[in-house]
Design a protein around this ligand. Structure first.
Ligand SMILES: [Zn+2]
Ligand SMILES: [Zn+2]
Length: 330
């Protein structure tokens, strides 16, 4: 019997309908190639730095450097630069235009690419401890950088991996979009959190830690398949301590975060093959009542008419079953 499950603290629903698919192998068709080809002419590869705009930050052995128009830093570990095809413009508008009867906000903001490795085919699950903690430090630094901008309200930090997940290039990279508005997803959460007496994330974390949906935990983080899972093998990672923003994370905590992320991606790879996926950070600056979390969504199913029509997702793999597969492979 399918189940309609309500979100932990929002008025949102998903349908767990297991009759529709059975095992991880049923999704094998969604797996993509190894991602090791197409490195020729890749603008993100080491040596091709001139093919991208000058970097805003280049990391080499923990040092932060930056490019100039004429001289690009070589031998880097991580490289951040403006997206060549930005969703928003970093230039503040001179005049505000308004369409009659409609609210129009100028498309101001920042869209940055974070290249996670100089090596084209490198996968995050194979990163060394140094690489994974270095990348988490870059995430923290870049989020802090944009939150410090007076006109930025929200920073969306995410990774698209694989074509079906929206990545146009194979080279391992994440993206960051700094927005002048707070997105409705966050507004809805904040409204619900304000109404509850305790942090709903702390409450759900307590429950999930001992549930069949727990996948993995380390000293500081817990990874689980949420009771309300919108897609097969969805995973949430939450810090055990209530923290709202990556900027508060110590180097030890950043490593711990990277370690659990690497573990989840490793088990995705073993259970689902080279699956396309997205992950995204939910965090808020100067909002101590928010509880940072990281959500991973393998792209094994496609949102279609029903999902757009209702905002409800049909998930053919229960989170309990997903957790049992992922746990076994860690
Ligand atoms: Zn490349
Ligand atoms: Zn909390």
């Amino acid at each position: 019997m399918p189940e309609i499950r309500k979100h932990y603290f929002l008025n949102e629903y998903c349908i767990i309908a297991e009759e529709r698919a059975k095992r991880p192998s049923d999704f094998a068709g969604a797996a993509e190639g190894s991602g090791r080809k197409d490195s020729e002419n890749c603008a993100f590869c080491a040596g091709n730095e001139e093919k991208t705009p000058p970097a805003t930050a280049v990391y080499r052995n923990g040092e932060v450097l930056s490019d100039t128009e004429k001289k690009r830093v070589r031998d880097w570990d991580f490289r951040c630069f403006p997206n060549l095809y930005p969703a928003l413009s970093p230039n503040l508008p001179l005049n505000e235009s308004r369409e009659k009867d409609r609210e129009v906000i100028p498309g101001f903001g920042f869209h940055e690419v974070i290249v996670e490795s100089p090596v084209h085919g490198k996968k995050m699950e194979d990163f060394s401890d140094k690489e994974i903690s270095g990348l988490m430090q870059v995430y923290r630094d870049r989020a802090c950088h944009y939150y410090a901008h007076g006109k930025i309200s929200h920073v969306s930090l995410f990774k698209n991996s694989g074509k079906a997940a929206g990545a146009s290039l194979d080279h391992p990279h994440s993206q960051l979009i700094a927005l002048p508005v707070c997105p409705p997803v966050i507004e809805r959460e904040l409204a619900a959190i304000r109404r509850s007496q305790n942090c709903p994330y702390c409450t759900l974390l307590e429950k999930e830690k001992t549930s069949p949906r727990l996948i993995f935990e380390n000293s500081d983080f817990v990874a689980f398949a949420p009771y309300y899972s919108t897609v097969p093998f969805e995973v949430w990672v939450l810090p055990k301590r209530h923290m709202n923003f990556l900027g508060e994370f110590s180097p030890e905590l950043l490593f711990s975060l990277g370690e659990i992320l690497r573990n989840v991606l490793g088990s995705y790879s073993r259970v689902l093959g080279n699956t396309p996926y997205n992950y995204m950070f939910y965090q808020l600056f100067e909002t101590p009542w928010y509880h940072l979390n990281l959500r991973l969504l393998p792209r094994l199913s496609t949102a279609a008419g029903f999902e757009f029509n209702t905002g409800m997702y049909i998930n053919p793999v229960s989170p309990e079953k997903a957790a049992s597969y992922l746990k076994e492979s860690i």
